[in-house]
Write a protein that binds this ligand. Structure first.
Ligand code: EPZ
Length: 416
């Protein structure tokens, strides 16, 4: 089990290049299943979940090769229309092969994703949507078995806003017979990035980014070359780290317009933020002011930034309230932050944080991707050394995190 050792107390200075967005890359890689033509991606982040998705696509039969700049996919000769349990259990986003496979081949067998640390995370909305499009679905031995002669366009209204639910059904609708309307659709920038990629492949999609998406099915999709959008959560994570540790950092290759809500909250906490094109500069030379956050679907405050802001609040001036409305168990970082001296009370999906003037380094354990990021931020500000165990969680969703932090002056090293 690898660990990270962090010596706290050093402000962050310098430049960090933001990688491609994990949560755009994963659905967009699955779009390669929708065409038999060559399909090319640039700015694909080098992280564990992307490698896992590539392995799954290769298992299905997609040929994948990469050079320095781009990764090439070809789904002309697929030999398995399935996603086995041992691949799905480590990455829930594997469910995103379901829509494309049923839509192009009329069949798919995808393991039900188990729950995960942050919640039960069912996929009932994905299944209901495919059934509305005429798919026959049987759940047996832990697998979703879907068949359809040809999916038919349908009007689908989501009870809950679901990011991958929207993405799965949008991909399925691109080759369906007729028009599909997705209502109460997710508006996340990653949904828009996927839609832009599908449109480049010849899909007829309007409304992505709003809560009503229209898709007119076509007979075939052709290949395309797509540049994956910058990761707004990685961007936010570095900005929160600098707001907590103090200093002056510059993000490059980012996109501020995809996380205005996070930038607003950081300004409220006292950070000076300047945006120029794809660069974002943050300066912080004082103790942050505690800020309240309430997570909700885009464009509201993102649940994937909740743990990071909680870490900031543990050393902020004043007390704050953090409400998590998306997942039922996304406070796993609270116990670990308490080990560093944080004062946090939790009642249901609400946490009240009383800012203290310092944290003390300790050994803590990562439990899920964004919780681990919050422990890194806390470790950067704690006095003394913090050891974070089970950092494979971090490696799933951040590209070269400790190298990027070290380049900003942080004292962090990986213990193998
Ligand atoms: C996506 O997960 C992201 N993952 C998550 O990021 C992110 O936290 C989440 O959206 C919310 O923004 C990817 O994009 C790969 P949902 P997803 O479907 O699509 C319930 C990270 O850290 N729901 O939007 O799985 C669900 O339980 C990860 O990068 C159903 O009830 O989330 C949750 O309470 C973590 N039935 C809510 O909806 C369904 O069929 C939102 O889930 C689907 C979802």
């Amino acid at each position: 089990m690898q660990k990270l050792a962090i010596q706290g107390g050093t402000p962050l200075h310098g430049e960090v290049r933001i990688s491609g967005a994990k949560n755009a890359a994963l659905p967009i890689m699955c779009a390669s299943l929708l065409t038999s033509d060559d399909f090319q991606l640039t700015n694909l982040p080098d992280m564990h979940d992307v490698a896992t998705m590539a392995k799954l696509l290769q298992y299905i039969g997609v040929r994948i090769s990469s050079d320095a700049q781009s990764t090439h996919f070809n789904g002309a000769n697929l030999d398995k229309l399935e996603a086995p349990y041992d691949m799905v259990k480590t990455m829930r986003a594997a469910i995103l092969v379901l829509g494309p496979l049923v839509s192009r081949f009329g069949e798919a067998r995808v393991s039900l994703p188990g729950g995960c640390a942050i919640g039960s995370r069912p996929v009932d909305l994905h299944i209901k949507g495919l059934q509305a499009m005429g798919a026959e679905i049987h759940i047996e031995h832990g697998y979703i078995h879907a068949t359809a002669k040809r999916l038919k366009g349908a009007r689908i209204c989501f009870d809950l806003v679901s990011v991958t639910g929207t993405e799965n059904l949008m991909m399925a609708a691109t080759l369906a017979d007729g028009i599909s309307i997705l209502e109460n659709a997710a508006r996340e920038p990653e949904v828009v990035d996927l839609a832009n990629c599908l449109i480049a492949m010849g899909a007829k999609i309007t409304g992505a980014g709003s809560d009503i998406i229209h898709i007119e099915g076509v007979e075939k999709l052709h290949g395309a070359a797509h540049d994956v959008m910058p990761d707004r959560i990685e961007s936010g994570t570095f900005l929160v780290a600098a707001a907590a540790a103090g200093g002056n950092i510059m993000l490059t290759h980012s996109r501020a317009d995809t996380f205005d809500n996070v930038l607003d909250k950081l300004r409220e906490a006292g950070a000076d933020i300047t945006v120029s094109g794809s660069n974002i500069n943050l300066v912080m030379h004082k103790r942050p002011t505690a800020i309240n956050v309430r997570t909700a679907p885009y464009p509201a405050f993102p649940t994937d930034m909740q743990a990071q802001f909680m870490a900031l609040n543990t050393i902020a001036q004043g007390s704050s309230i953090v409400v998590e409305t998306i997942f039922e168990n996304r406070f796993m970082h609270v116990q670990e932050l308490r080990r560093l001296g944080a004062q946090i009370d939790v009642e249901g999906n609400t946490a009240v944080i009383t800012g203290c003037d310092h944290l003390e380094g300790a050994t803590v354990m990562a439990t899920d991707l964004r919780a681990s990021a919050s422990l890194v931020i806390a470790g950067l500000v704690a006095q003394g050394e913090t050891i974070i165990d089970r950092i494979y969680h971090l490696d799933r969703g951040y590209e070269q995190l400790e190298a990027k932090l070290s380049a900003l002056g942080a004292q962090v090293r990986r213990i193998r």
